[in-house]
Structures are given as C-alpha cells and as structure tokens.
Write a protein that binds this ligand. Structure first.
Ligand code: NAP
Length: 301
C-alpha cells in the first residue's frame, strides 16, 4: 500500500495526492471519473485536492456528483479544498476585480458552499489559497475555530505562504496549521531559495507540491525553459533504466528529505501511476544534483 504522511496526530494524507483543478479538461463522464477515482483509491492515492475557484467554481460540484454515484467512496478519501480568492466570474457579476478575502464571513460562506458542492458534511483539510496584503489572522483563526467546533472542517493549512506568513497565522490559531501547499518542480526552485524548505525541515512540516511537472511544460520540448532540463531528465532516466521521464521528475521530488507530497494534475491513469511507481525509484544524490543544476541553469558555486 502507498506510504502515507501523517501531518497531524489524527490526520494523514497519501504520499501522492491527486489534483483535480483541471478535471473539466479531462472530458470524462461522471461514471468514467468514478472508475478513475476507485482505481486511485485502490493504489492508495486517497487525497484529492480542490479549491472553491477551480474550473470557474465548478470542479468541487463535479466531485460531489461523482461521490453521489457511490456513497462509500467519501469514507475512503480525504478532501482538501481552499478558499480566499475571489475571481471575476459570470457566477459573481457584481465583482469587477480579482481580489482576496480572508474575512470571517467569507471563509464561513466559502466552506458552506464547498460542503454543498461536495455533498459532504466535512472538509478534511481547508487551505487559505494565497497570502494576502490585507489579512487579519485573528479573523481567519476565529473562522477556523468555529468551523472546527461545528465539525465542518477537520484540519487547516495554507498555500503559497512564506515562513513569516505561516508563523503569523499559526500564532493565532488554536490548532497548529498542518501544511503549506507550494509550487515545487525542476521548473520552479523558488522554495529551495526563499527559506521555505529550511522552515519546513525545522518545523517538520510536510509540504504539498503543486504542478510537479510544471503543468506539462517540463515535458514540452518546445517550451523556452523546458528542453535543457528535459535532456538531463532523459539522461537520468536512461541511467536509472526507467521510463518515461515523468517518473524521474516525481522521483526527484520524492527523494528530498522534506517528504513533500506531489499533487499530480493529470486525469490519465497511466500518467498518475508514474508518480506512484516513482516511489520505488532509487535516485542517487549525484543524479538529484544533475537535475537541480539543469533546473537552475548553471553550476553550483
Ligand atoms: N495552491 C495553488 O496555488 C495551486 C496552483 C496550481 C495547482 N494546484 C493544485 O496542484 C494540482 C496539480 O497542478 P497541475 O495540474 O498544474 O500539475 P501538473 O501535474 O504539473 O500538470 C498537469 C498537466 O500536465 C500535463 N501533463 C502531465 N504529464 C504529461 C506528459 N507526460 N506530457 C505532456 N503533458 C503532461 C497534463 O496533461 P494531461 O491531463 O493530458 O495528462 C496536465 O495538463 C492541481 O490540480 C491543483 O490541485 C494548486
């Protein structure tokens, strides 16, 4: 069975998470999606990542529709969703600009909407989607406490936060935040450089890694930044006697001692399985650095 990451005393997530932001692009019927999700659960991928805004506010309800086809599935998965970004959308015609809202009322309203969309009575993990220049941690913490008391949200975390932003909110919440979901891939090294990775190690926080194959750009030979990295990924794949390169990218993420949880965004079963297979790829430290150096575009000092 797949490794699980305990992020709290009473809460664990599957090491590989399935991201459902692009589910409208998969062009699958609800029945087909049910088949996919059951297959994922069977191989141990039980954590599904959402946000209120995905698919112009429509993806959460698609998962809800799928879950309604087989009631027992809800008990086998963990639902992660996010709140706080207010999109300009035909769903909210009065909104003239995209902005962030972490006020008490918005967080409560957003969670109530998500519960209705998913057709469930609880969210396993709620994340604040992005840090905001206008942010009152006391209000967010009060919303968290009330949602927890009502049993509507079981655990809380953040996404795209810096260590200082994480610590600030953590200082106000009754329970510790359980994770920070950030972008990590050979295409995006930002968190190796901004102190976040050191903070995760120090605090024993296991981050969730979004866009692990950079939304497909890492595998696109025509991407302006991709080909240099892709060539090295291919040579490491050859050294490891494995294929395709997707697996090497996931192995690179999984090798890091921070124990991140890659969020795989494809709807294709074989591609999702490459992430699970990568758990048994034994990459050397030198191979890890080959990829890191190709990703940063220059030798280490
Ligand atoms: N917290 C945040 O701010 C944030 C931001 C973005 C995303 N996320 C979360 O992270 C999840 C993953 O993000 P993501 O979808 O950008 O991740 P990703 O897994 O890096 O990218 C998925 C995309 O890459 C394509 N792809 C995968 N393997 C490929 C291959 N071998 N060749 C060509 N294309 C390939 C997929 O196409 P196919 O479907 O055709 O395979 C899909 O369009 C999202 O679903 C969401 O849950 C969070």
């Amino acid at each position: 069975m797949m490794e699980r990451i305990a992020v709290a005393k009473d809460f664990s997530m599957s090491r590989i998470v399935h991201g459902q932001m692009r589910m409208k692009d998969w062009k699958m019927s609800n029945r087909q999606m049910l088949g996919l999700f059951k297959e994922l659960v069977e191989i141990g991928i039980t954590t599904f990542d959402h946000a209120d805004i995905y698919g112009n506010y429509e993806c959460e309800a698609i998962l809800g529709d799928v879950l309604s086809l087989e009631k027992t599935l809800r008990e086998k998965i963990e639902i992660v969703t996010k709140c706080g970004i207010k999109l300009v959308s035909d769903k909210y015609p009065e909104r003239k600009v995209k902005y962030y809202d972490y006020g008490y009322d918005h967080i409560i309203m957003s969670v109530n909407n998500s519960l209705k969309n998913f057709r469930t009575d609880r969210i396993d993990l709620l994340l604040l989607h992005r840090p905001a220049p206008f942010f009152d941690p006391e209000e967010a913490a009060k919303a968290f406490a009330d949602l927890k008391k009502a049993g509507k949200v079981l655990h809380f975390g953040v996404s795209n936060f810096t260590p200082a932003q994480y610590e600030t909110l953590n200082a106000y919440t009754e329970e510790k935040l359980v994770t920070n979901q950030v972008e990590i891939s050979p295409y995006c090294l930002e968190h190796f450089e901004n102190g976040n990775m050191d903070f995760f190690m120090k605090e024993k926080i296991r981050p969730m890694a979004w866009s692990p194959v950079a939304g497909g750009r890492l595998l696109n030979p025509h991407d302006p930044k991709g080909p240099g990295i892709l060539r090295v990924l291919e040579s490491v794949a050859e050294e490891l006697n494995t294929s395709p390169v997707d697996k090497v990218i996931y192995a690179w993420l999984l090798k890091h001692p921070v124990k991140m949880m890659p969020i795989v965004g494809t709807g294709k079963t074989d591609r999702i399985k490459y992430a699970a297979d990568a758990l048994s790829v034994d990459m050397t430290l030198e191979q890890w650095y080959k990829i890191y150096i190709a990703a940063r575009g220059k030798e280490l000092p």
